[in-house]
Design a protein. Structure first.
Length: 311
């Protein structure tokens, strides 16, 4: 019985574009890796392995060169091939390789690369331990500062184990201090809230014990102050803004008066709501004459404000 041939569908245009974009991005990334770690040389597997074997016997500074070769191999070789090379040809564990590449990337940063030669005197094992420090801390260390309270000379005299313990202790102390500080801040916030509540209760009690006239006068003072602040915003900010819009309209022949009228209407609506909520008289002296017909409207308002302030 003949077998029906399998029909393979051609990739869609979107799939072709996606693959092309992914390949372009990978090529760009590979180029950037070669520019950063390839020393101007094109990638060549046998040369990279030979150079790595040479630097394997060197000290801390050579470790960075080994790390660069590892990065180049990892970037250009399939995962299985890369693992085979580092395990069978270099005899290195994946963890060691990973740490070496991480150290190379860290100490090749713009901040640390100028300091790398000075830090290399510590040896690669101590450099591995110091990877937990920030770049800024390591820069300060080279310039006479400290990491975990240790100077460069202190670290140089210590064993790698002592350095690891000192960094761990410093990290644990920092975490403990951070927890204590957080707890302290929480306690301060709780006490502050209790104090505020106590002050509010005392203020309320004091108000309740004051004579009614004094309480009313105090409340009118607050209302007057807030009203003056609102008028200050209108006169000092809203009015200049309206004048600027009007000047712009006159210069360029545009018109924004409808928008400005809408803003004023919002204020009027809110003021009318307040007047209705508290059943406030429309006219301050009982005169029902419309405001636009009254000659003394400004004086009536001013007198009412003065009366409120004097209470």
């Amino acid at each position: 019985m003949s077998r029906t041939p399998e029909i393979i569908e051609a990739p869609t245009e979107d799939q072709v574009d996606w693959v092309g974009g992914a390949m372009s991005q990978a090529a760009k990334h590979s180029t950037e890796i070669m520019e950063q770690f390839g020393d101007g040389e094109p990638y060549e597997r046998r040369r990279i392995i030979k150079e790595f074997r040479f630097y394997m016997a060197q000290g801390a500074e050579a470790m960075f060169e080994m790390g660069k070769r590892l990065i180049l191999l990892k970037e250009n070789e399939p995962h299985g091939e890369f693992t085979e090379i580092v395990e069978n040809q270099f005899g290195m564990s994946p963890r060691t390789v990973r740490v070496m590449m991480q150290a190379t990337i860290k100490y090749s940063s713009p901040k640390l690369e100028p300091k790398r030669q000075a830090l290399a005197v510590l040896g690669k094992t101590k450099l591995f331990e110091l990877m937990v420090a920030d770049d800024e801390e390591l820069v300060e260390l080279d310039e006479g500062g400290t990491v975990a309270g240790l100077t460069l000379d202190d670290i140089d005299r210590m064993t790698s184990r002592e350095l690891r313990r000192a960094l761990r202790d410093a990290r644990e102390n920092a975490d403990a201090k951070g927890k204590v500080l957080a707890d302290k801040n929480t306690k301060i916030d709780e006490l502050d809230a209790e104090l505020t509540a106590l002050k509010n209760r005392r203020a309320k009690a004091e108000v309740e014990t004051l004579p009614p006239d004094e309480v009313a006068a105090d409340l009118m003072q607050q209302a007057t102050r807030f009203t003056h602040e609102a008028l200050g915003v209108i006169n000092g900010m809203m009015l200049p803004a309206f004048r600027a819009i009007d000047s712009h309209d006159q210069t360029h022949g545009s018109r924004h008066n409808v928008m400005m009228a809408g803003l004023v209407a919002q204020l009027e609506v809110r003021l009318n709501e307040i007047r209705a909520d508290f059943d406030l008289p429309r006219h301050l002296d009982g005169d029902s004459t419309p405001d636009w017909l009254r000659d003394d409207a400004d004086q009536v308002v001013a007198a009412a404000i003065r009366q409120a302030e004097e209470r």
